[in-house]
Design a protein around this ligand. Structure first.
Ligand code: SAH
Length: 216
């Protein structure tokens, strides 16, 4: 895998594009300028790696658009050491952005092949602290709860009850919620065991959050 001055230049430009679209958090912009996004894609698609667009990564899934990754990350208000659950590991790119912000990342993926590929790939490019799990994100990771933050990177028809339970009081969940092709980006703050506060942050399009694990 080659990472040269040309890739670095393209990444800096990508970070600038994301800044111009409204992302202010410098640490997030630095992460985008640092992470070699072309490593997360097939070599035949290299030229697309540094456009601000989602892209297919196999098994019918996509690597999210960098702006969307930055937007969700900014809403999470990550502090160093935060324990974060990501639902939908996919390529692992979002997990790396969180790791760059010094979060402790636990990420879960329902597609076995993607899970295996990303679990092997992340340590190879230097992200050894990210923990990747194969399972159904609707159920979260009960053995590792509670989490300071939870991010869902697929379109959810509803807020999964198990995930709310696994969020600390005072914790934040970022979830694109909606049935069909369009979702509303919701920022949910858990106020107490029985109360939440919710804000809406515009509409986005994600691949769907599906029930149960898949064997392929
Ligand atoms: N965060 C990813 C984006 C992946 S797209 C990235 O940075 O590349 C959404 C991912 O969610 C897909 O890989 C899909 O397989 C996964 N997914 C969908 N439903 C799921 C579920 N119930 N549990 C875990 N992962 C799920």
């Amino acid at each position: 895998m080659i990472d040269n001055y040309k890739h670095k230049g393209l990444r800096k430009k990508l970070a600038e594009t994301v800044r111009q679209k409204g992302i202010k958090d410098e640490a997030i912009l630095e992460a985008i300028a640092k992470i070699p996004r072309h490593f997360f894609m097939d070599s035949s698609f290299l030229e697309f790696a540094y456009q601000d667009k989602p892209f297919p990564i196999g098994s019918g899934q996509t690597i999210s658009q960098p702006y969307t990754v930055a937007f969700q990350t900014e809403l999470m208000e990550i502090k160093k050491g935060d324990k974060v659950l990501e639902v939908g590991t996919g390529s692992g790119y979002q997990a790396c952005v969180l790791a760059e912000l010094r979060a402790k990342v636990f990420s879960i993926e329902r597609q076995k092949k993607l899970y295996q590929r990303t679990k092997e790939f992340l340590p190879k490019i230097g992200y050894r602290s990210i923990k990747v799990f194969y399972g159904d994100g609707y159920k979260g990771l009960p053995a590792y709860q509670p989490f300071d933050k939870i991010i869902i990177t697929a379109g959810a028809p509803h807020v999964p009850e198990d995930l709310l339970k696994q969020l600390k009081i005072g914790g934040i969940m970022i979830i694109p919620e909606g049935k069909g092709g369009v979702q509303v980006m919701r920022k949910i703050t858990k106020i107490s065991e029985t109360e939440i506060e919710s804000e809406n942050h515009g509409t986005f399009r994600f691949v769907p959050l599906l029930e149960n694990k898949a064997d392929d």
